[in-house]
Design a protein around this ligand. Structure first.
Ligand code: FES
Ligand SMILES: [Fe+2]
Length: 458
């Protein structure tokens, strides 16, 4: 049984955390994003209890394949075993805690610790101890039962692997909740699951992880200002930028997940319908699988797609996001995690995703568009990172500690009048028409509050 570690630092006290929220006016204290002790509490109360994205099935397609990832601040090995099962194990030797696996990815029969040579199989069982009889006599670590690696629960959804340390979590499907309907539209349209194209890129940003998670729920309001460079450079035109302002937002308020639909064809002035529209919306799919889209999606999904709307951007609480949308220049299809390293330091991971049957030129087009806009040096990425870094600096001072930041643009939940005939938007969750309100971001913070005040120990 795992020992309980006490909380440290900032009042783990629930009232003190609630005092950081102004629920009436939808404002929160800057300290939510800057306080190191709150960050420690987040790792314990949020990242130990939620399903976190750790990779794509295609990254570990064959038995023995593994990738090294993180759940919150904990490094994990995500490995495929001979029987096809996926095991997610704490990447820390049970002898003295050394990081076992030092490479990002590869194929291995077992994981041997570089310090004294303890060896663990792909299920996390300790299988080899140098000089075991000599050192340990009858008390062999292999038979003691307390020297295996800690294994997280893991599950997959449409080729995406999630893991959690929680002992009694809801199933992954239950946890994804209403987000599933929207994820199905982008990740479940073809018969085959999407795959990672190349290796993920990663970099650090000197700001808090929640800026990324909240922004990717659909901060449409920031687009025309933060990303004015896109129009100045001629990558987007004035009309295209309107997609930041139009659209539909949906939230599962039980879990804090949100999705935003954007309508790139309409806001780009394109009159497309039928297969041409579908091909543009699913620009990362090869045309040969478009028939599968009609077969796999529900009539409700298809009715939304026929309007030109796609679930372009979203965040599954706490730190998994995607951008899946067409642009006038090609497909944008990427996954994100925002790994909390410190209160003011986040490791950003980004994967280009594509279809296994895509011709190489289509995969390259996707990788190029993702890199150009959302890579480490991407135009959109740099706009956001620069602002988030300055936001972090501006919130860290002592005067700023008393400042509450604003999420007060709340719009009434309303799904009516979405279609030209006046009928309602068919997707689940709390739905709002338009993509400029703060509700999706506010709900992410409400969920943060719920978890931070509901359990005191892992
Ligand atoms: S720390 Fe791993 S074998 Fe000693
Ligand atoms: Fe942005």
């Amino acid at each position: 049984m795992a020992l309980k570690a006490p909380s440290v630092g900032f009042s783990g006290d629930h009232q003190a955390i609630s005092d950081l929220f102004d629920f009436e006016r939808h404002r929160v204290s800057s300290q939510l994003f800057t306080d190191p002790a709150l960050h420690r509490l987040e790792l314990e109360r949020i990242f130990m209890h939620t399903w976190c994205f750790v990779g794509m099935e295609s990254e570990i397609a064959a038995p023995g394949d593994y990738v090294a990832r993180s759940i919150g601040a904990d490094p994990v090995i995500v490995a495929r075993d001979d029987d096809g099962t996926i095991n997610v194990m704490l990447n820390s030797c049970t002898h003295r805690g050394t990081q076992l696996c030092m490479t990002d990815s590869g194929s291995a029969n077992s994981f041997k610790c570089p310090y004294h040579g303890w060896d663990f199989n792909r299920k996390g069982h300790l299988i080899g101890v140098p000089a075991e009889a000599f050192r340990f006599g009858d008390s062999s670590p292999r038979s003691r039962g307390d020297a295996d690696l800690r294994v997280a629960r893991s599950a997959t959804y449409r080729g995406l692997i999630f893991a959690t340390w929680d002992d009694n979590p809801p199933s992954l499907e239950e946890y994804l909740g209403d987000a599933r309907w929207y994820m199905d539209a982008v990740f479940g349209a073809s018969d085959k699951d999407l795959i990672a194209v190349g290796k993920p890129q990663r970099w650090t940003m000197p700001s808090n992880w929640k800026y990324g998670s909240e922004n990717f729920t659909g901060d449409g309001y920031h687009g025309p200002s933060s990303h004015a460079s896109m129009t100045e450079l001629g990558i987007f035109n004035e009309a295209t930028v309107r997609f930041f302002l139009e659209g539909v937002q949906a939230t599962d308020e039980r879990f804090g997940h949100s999705v935003s639909h954007f309508n790139v064809p309409r806001t780009s002035g394109m009159e497309l319908e039928g297969d041409k529209l579908l091909q543009m919306l699913y620009s990362w799919l090869p045309p040969t699988v478009l028939g599968e889209v009609r077969k796999n999606l529900t009539p409700e999904h298809l009715s939304v797609l026929e309007q030109g709307d796609i679930a372009a951007i979203g965040t599954v609480f706490p730190n998994f996001s995607w951008v899946m949308q067409p642009t006038p220049g090609g497909p944008l299809s990427l996954l994100r995690t925002w790994i909390p390293v410190e209160a003011s330091l986040t490791e950003v991971w980004t994967w280009t995703v594509g279809h296994p049957d895509s011709p190489p030129e289509l995969r390259r087009a996707g990788a190029r568009m993702n890199s150009t806009l959302f890579g480490a040096g991407g135009v959109i990425e740099q706009d956001d990172l620069t602002i988030w870094a300055r936001m972090q600096l501006a919130r860290k001072g002592f005067a700023a500690r008393t400042q509450f930041v604003d999420y007060s643009c709340s719009r009434p939940a309303n799904r009516d009048g979405y279609f030209p005939d006046g009928s309602a938007f068919p997707g689940p969750g709390t739905v709002r028409l338009g993509a400029t309100g703060d509700d999706t971001m506010w709900q992410l913070l409400v969920q943060w509050h719920r978890l931070m005040t509901q359990s005191a120990a892992a």
